[in-house]
Design a protein around this ligand. Sequence first.
Ligand SMILES: Nc1ncnc2c1ncn2[C@@H]1O[C@H](COP(=O)(O)OP(=O)(O)OP(=O)(O)O)[C@@H](O)[C@H]1O
Length: 275
Amino acid sequence: MTNNVIQVTQLRKTFGAHTALRDVSLSVQRGEMVALLGASGSGKSTLLRHLNGLHRADASSTSHVEVLGRTLQRGGRLARDARATRAQVAAIFQQFNLVDRLSVMKNVLAGALHRQPLWRGLFAQFPQHELQRAFDALKRVGIERCAWQRASTLSGGQQQRAAISRALVQGAQIILADEPIASLDPESSRRVMELLAEVNRELGVTVIVSLHQIDYAFAYCPRTVALRAGEVVHDGATRDLTPQRLRDLYGTQTDELMPRPHDASAPFHPVPLAA
Ligand SMILES: Nc1ncnc2c1ncn2[C@@H]1O[C@H](COP(=O)(O)OP(=O)(O)OP(=O)(O)O)[C@@H](O)[C@H]1O
């Protein structure tokens, strides 16, 4: 049995006249924690959104996206059983993760909807074991005391932790996190990245996380896929991305990927920043 949980072949996406992804191919093995790196507009979100079917590739292309051994989309058409595949994939976004007016608990229980009969979902009536599972997930990420608060009252970091809880309740085998720490303070950023790493390490969940800065990739992700203008320009060990290599790959865009000189949020400086 193959260990590939994601197989992307010749993925091409254009928006009008703009090509956002140019024949991207990559595979991800079960249990990997992969950083997706690239300057603004390089195609990170677009790629992630193809992996859970939120975007479809160009219809004219030979693009193929396989998730957990099943075709999710081919040539821009979603597979018939895409819904079942997507139930195994959780998405965590920079913002808009939670329904503000609902309690944290209800948001987390949304992860269990795919296991419920329609009527339970409609009336938001979940069996006791699902409530317990949601509570345990909130406990795991350290926000169980917020369970009955409205989601809108949580801090940004707590909202991301709630989104991770929802992924746990969903029982997702893959987490796609799209810049989950982009608007967080340093401590919250570290906490969220550590939780993602813990879920990856302890539960074997495959994590692909798009990031804006390389230092977080160094600290938490052994492998990095780097995009530039919709093309994969690096796919390999994160430690190979030295400042010089980044300059070769990104030229003037390098600054966007390097920690700012006085950035206290940088958890890790693997290599001298001035070369
Ligand atoms: N729905 C859309 N309609 C038109 N153009 C789009 C759409 N979504 C993305 N694009 C364009 O595709 C390119 C890639 O965008 P994408 O959001 O994937 O980049 P990104 O690397 O995630 O950027 P950022 O780090 O700023 O979030 C950009 O030029 C963007 O303007």
